[in-house]
Design a protein around this ligand. Structure first.
Ligand code: GRF
Length: 208
């Protein structure tokens, strides 16, 4: 049985999509949030999943907070640490500790639009396609080998909310599959890129 630890900061709909995918031979061992009132924590607890909240404001600095997170996460012996709407920047030490076992979902077609406000920026730039990316996380924000992407159209009249909703539905489709592919051992990387089957499938997956 593979253990997944999922980090969230709010709603947790991507975490929910992974739980509901019922990935064979895998369990969500812990949902951890930096906000004790994150809606996703309550949902996970209702499912009988272990939850924890660590408030980053209780720690002297980012390094101390990340060390506390590592201690909590490692109690659950994770095979995969999933960043699913976790809105804190992680230290290089944290990223190195889970290197190759740390996956992030980001609501843009990386390498376009790392960081915040991705949907607003895509609309402002006049993009006709937007989307989402699942990638191995590295110390550099929203970078690392790409595992899966889905594209959606930007429609006339879209605003940040309508585009976000369309992208979010795509996130919920590609994230559980990427997690399953990772846990099945079918994702190989050369350090910079993901090689092989999963990447080829992602390239042909155009959502509408
Ligand atoms: C998602 O769009 C995720 O890609 C981004 O923040 C949002 C979190 O949504 N990083 P949820 O908490 O998974 O519902």
């Amino acid at each position: 049985m593979k253990n997944i630890v999922i980090l969230i900061s709010g709603r947790g709909s991507n975490m929910q999509a992974v739980v509901e995918a019922r990935i064979p031979d895998a369990r969500v061992a812990l949902v951890l949030s930096n906000k004790s009132d994150a809606a996703g924590l309550a949902w996970a607890a209702q499912q009988g999943i272990a939850t924890a909240a660590l408030n980053h404001r209780d720690y002297a600095d980012r390094a101390a907070f990340d060390r506390a997170m590592i201690a909590e996460i490692d109690r659950h012996r994770p095979d995969l640490v999933l960043l699913a709407g976790f809105m804190r920047i992680l230290t290089p030490e944290f990223c190195a500790h889970y290197a190759g076992h740390l996956i992030n979902i980001h609501p843009s077609l990386l390498p376009s639009f790392p960081g915040l406000h991705t949907h607003r920026r895509a609309i402002e730039e006049g993009c006709r396609l937007a989307g989402c990316t699942v990638h191995f996380a590295t110390a550099e924000l929203d970078s690392g080998p790409i595992i899966a992407q889905a594209a959606v159209p930007v429609l006339d009249g879209d605003n940040e909310d309508t585009l976000a909703a369309r992208v979010l539905a795509a996130e919920h489709r590609i994230l559980p599959q990427a997690v399953a592919d990772f846990l099945a051992g079918s994702l190989k990387t050369d350090g910079r890129r993901v090689l092989g089957r999963a990447q080829a499938e992602a390239g042909s997956r155009l959502e509408n």
